[in-house]
Design a protein around this ligand. Structure first.
Ligand SMILES: *Cc1c(COP(=O)(O)O)cnc(C)c1O
Length: 351
């Protein structure tokens, strides 16, 4: 068959699908890579030992449902195991939700700018995506609720702004919106000052809410690829049928289970990340920039000249994420770095 005869046919809506643009690699030492909201702290020893032990049985397939992880989560969160599903990062779960729940003809409402994976997965499934501009850098839930939509994504705290909405705001959204599925992505919830006042976990009983969480941020397991969802049993059941059976590898399962066995090991990391976040924000403010108050492990800095700020940061071996690739031109997103990088920022980012 010649190339001319091979008329490959993709689903028509894939022609205009935007590609996800990942953060740039480190400019100098890897410690200065502040472009992907990773943890600057490697996982604790106990987690590394669990991974090494799991590596001795890599000739075997993993547990398809990562039950070592879901039983621990069920106990910890007070959620039934039939309402939990682990995924190859929460990104896999976002794609599964989109594939299972929306297709051509469905309308999904997101913030403008959204977390781009929410939008790309929805478009890839064939849905129409309606963006509703943020108000004061926060989700405008009242305006989002007015959109006649089948589903909604709410990142809480939001990426790329770091702002949060309260659980009561999400409850009000549920009352006002016709969306039958509301996906609340809580990737950064651990860094919020009062996670309990924000989390939508208590709302999954409504039958309309799915909460996504990840081990990629606070737990320092971004490279292992594991996240989870808590949601209505029928959604979990359907996703189990749809998913690739062994998508969560055994090393990731071992790492996540060991992390959950040692919850206090991460308290120090979380406290230090919150403190470093405030120091970074102060350093930028002292240098004359406006910084959006953040509840996540990054800060969003406002600047009339993105390139100039990115170059200034590159000059002190920091690579950050340009707002223009995140749908926020005129801003730069900087992840919270390790203490010595923050100290250098404080010393060298002078007005
Ligand atoms: C980082 C991030 C995730 C995490 O994705 P993983 O696939 O679990 O690494 C999910 N949602 C948002 C909003 C994020 O910023």
């Amino acid at each position: 068959m010649s190339a001319g005869e091979l008329m490959r046919r993709f689903k028509p809506w894939l022609d205009d699908l935007p590609a996800y643009v990942p953060g740039k690699p480190a400019v100098g030492a890897v410690d200065g890579k502040l472009s992907s909201n990773e943890s600057p702290v490697p996982p604790p020893e106990s987690v590394l030992r669990a991974v090494a032990a799991a590596a001795t049985v890599l000739n075997r397939y993993p547990d398809p449902l990562a039950r070592g992880v879901t039983t621990r989560l069920a106990a910890r969160l007070g959620v039934g195991e039939q309402c939990l599903l682990a995924g190859n990062g929460s990104d896999e779960l976002i794609y599964l939700l989109a594939t299972a729940c929306f297709g051509p003809g469905a309308r999904v409402v997101v913030a403008e700018p959204p977390y781009l994976v929410h939008e790309i997965a929805s478009l890839a499934a064939g849905a129409e995506v309606v963006r509703v501009p943020l108000a004061g850098y926060r989700h405008d839930l009242a305006a989002m609720a007015r959109v006649p939509a089948d589903a909604a994504f709410i990142a809480n705290p939001h990426n790329p702004t770091g702002t949060a909405v309260g659980r009561h705001d999400i409850e009000a959204f549920l009352r006002a919106s016709q969306a039958r599925l509301v996906v609340v992505d809580e990737a950064y919830i651990d860094f919020a000052d009062d996670p309990d006042a924000l989390s939508a976990l208590a709302l999954i009983d409504s039958g309309r809410v799915v909460v996504l969480r990840t081990f990629s941020k606070l737990y320092g397991l971004a490279g292992a690829r594991i996240g989870y969802m808590a949601g209505p049993g029928d959604v979990v059941e359907t996703l189990k049928k749809l998913r690739a059976p062994f998508s969560v590898n055994s090393l990731a399962q071992a790492a996540a289970a060991a992390s959950l066995d040692q919850p206090s090991a991460l308290d120090e990391v979380r406290d230090s990340m919150r403190a470093l976040r405030e120091r970074m924000a102060q350093a930028f403010r002292r240098a004359g920039y406006e910084v959006i108050p953040s509840q996540a492990n990054f800060v969003l800095v406002k600047t009339p000249d993105e390139t100039a700020l990115l170059e200034r940061l590159a000059g002190i071996d920091i690579s950050a994420r340009p707002g223009s690739v995140l749908g926020m031109p005129g801003h730069v997103r900087v992840s919270v770095g390790p203490a010595h990088v923050v100290e250098r920022l404080e010393r060298e980012l002078v007005p």
